[in-house]
Design a protein around this ligand. Structure first.
Ligand code: IMP
Length: 445
């Protein structure tokens, strides 16, 4: 295996541009994957989402959680880029930079690059997100409350404030004044909540702009240069396929396109430049917030998976809903993203279960179907058709090769591979970087 952290003196791969995306409802463990291969990557790039994401990394026994900074930030040799498709809460980003600097990891402007065209999450976005959710009551989406949706709304309605708007005070002043008129009207008169103060917001966000100005760059141009110099680039998806605003379980989705196709628009490169698309599949399913979830376990087993897998949101701390692996969904994710291969994470969480189930079809209106139905009501009616497999009791966390795995673990993995129809590249058997089995290096040789 050629991941540098696992082999001594491994030769460097030729240039590759690889996309890592989630195949479920987020929280698949993408952060660990990006971190694992990041020794041989020159740039890690985020292209959508914001601080609704939470990547947990365990390095040398220490847990790190990032919401905005790309997972590669712990590797000092790497350039981390935040593309125009990301929505940035500058206070959160500054806090993450300062937290790492306190720990001795210097975030210099040549290591972190932020697109001048990324949209800024403003205080009224957060206020509106929370006010709307409260008004929806039991019909709420269960958003992270970070202002993601309202910020993307303003982007689409051309009312957004972008990173470069923070750099010129008079310009920011004019924009903010116009926008606040409308937002405060909504906040005060429709949602009956507190207005946002103009002077205070102007000063605060201008200061954020000043603090971040050295990091601001043209990401599309930078990526083009990296590609021309044959550098290895990794795109890090946030959330997952079924939270995609177009192809997910709308309206229980996030407000961006989470699919690999959005890399092009969210970072500014052409589709032909992406060499490989890799999907991250958690060995079981989880979801935070509302929306349908056919394989959800409402019993002791669901609670067991939550505790064994530490399934609490890294952004909001909310308990995640847990259930069996759903192959119907993974196959759809494979189609939507054009996956070349998959990575299985958190396999160790299943250790000790007598038997394991995988959903291979759904039953709806007396019929068996093999694809996720396009409309939400039909999806809500789907009950899973399961294939049952034997479990294993052996501790797999210290295993580093496929052949050493218990026979039933191998069977579980082989079944997934056969059903999905693309190869498994990596299997994660524990949270630490070294708790990993690498079956195939997905960098071009
Ligand atoms: P928003 O992205 O905060 O608007 O939330 C919309 C939906 O996406 C909610 O169900 C959230 O729980 C979910 N969501 C957003 N980000 C993540 C994530 O990183 N992991 C898992 N769920 C997420």
């Amino acid at each position: 295996m050629r991941v540098k952290s696992q082999i001594k003196g491994g030769e460097r791969a030729k240039m590759s541009v690889v996309a890592i995306v989630g195949t479920q409802w987020g929280d698949e463990g993408k952060g660990k994957v990006v971190d694992l291969v990041s020794d041989r990557v020159d740039a890690v790039v985020r292209f959508q989402g914001g601080n609704n994401a939470g990547h947990t990394l365990v390095v040398n026994g220490k847990k790190h959680i990032f919401h905005l900074l790309p997972s590669g930030i712990l590797h000092e040799n790497m350039t981390c880029m935040i593309g125009n498709g990301v929505v940035i809460d500058p206070a959160v980003l500054i806090k993450e930079i300062e937290r790492l600097e306190k720990e001795g990891i210097k975030i210099t402007p040549d290591r972190l690059k932020i697109s001048q065209h990324a949209h800024v999450i403003m205080p009224y976005h957060k206020a509106l997100d929370n006010a709307r959710e409260a008004k929806k009551g039991s019909k709420k989406i269960g958003t992270t409350g970070r202002g993601i949706g309202p910020c993307y709304e303003d982007k689409a309605s051309r009312n957004g404030i972008r990173i470069h708007d923070l750099l010129k005070k008079e310009h920011l002043e004019t924009k903010l004044k116009n926008i606040l008129d409308e937002k405060n009207f909504m906040l005060q008169h429709y949602f009956k909540s507190e207005p946002i103060q103009f002077e205070q917001t102007l000063e605060e966000y201008f200061q954020y702009g000043k603090r971040l100005s050295d990091y601001v760059d043209n990401i599309s141009l930078l990526l083009d240069e990296f590609i021309k110099q044959d550098k290895n680039i990794m795109f890090e998806g946030a959330q997952g396929t079924f939270l995609d605003i177009d192809h997910g379980t709308y309206p229980y989705v996030t407000s961006s396109n989470t699919l690999a196709g959005n890399i092009c628009c969210g970072a500014g490169i052409g589709p032909g430049k992406i060499d490989k698309v890799v999907g991250v599949v958690k060995a079981y399913s989880t979801r935070v917030g509302g929306g349908p979830f056919p394989t959800e376990l409402h019993d002791e087993l669901g609670l067991h998976l939550r505790e064994a897998g530490g399934e609490y949101g890294s952004t909001t701390g909310r308990p995640r809903r847990c259930g069996w692996l759903d192959i119907v969904m993974i196959k759809k994710a494979c189609r939507l993203n054009g996956l070349d291969g998959i990575i299985i994470t958190k396999l160790d969480v299943l250790t000790g279960l007598k038997e394991l189930k995988i959903s291979i079809a759904y039953r709806v209106n007396g019929q068996e179907i093999y694809d996720v139905p396009p409309d939400l009501e039909a999806f809500e009616q789907c009950t899973p058709v399961y294939k049952t497999l034997p479990g294993w009791n052996e501790d797999i966390r210290n295993i580093r090769t496929f052949s050493e795995l218990p026979e039933n673990t191998k069977l579980y993995l082989k079944t997934i591979e056969e059903l999905v129809g693309v190869p498994i590249y990596i299997v994660s058997v524990g949270p630490a970087r070294e708790e990993t089995i690498i079956l195939e290096n997905f960098f071009k040789q």
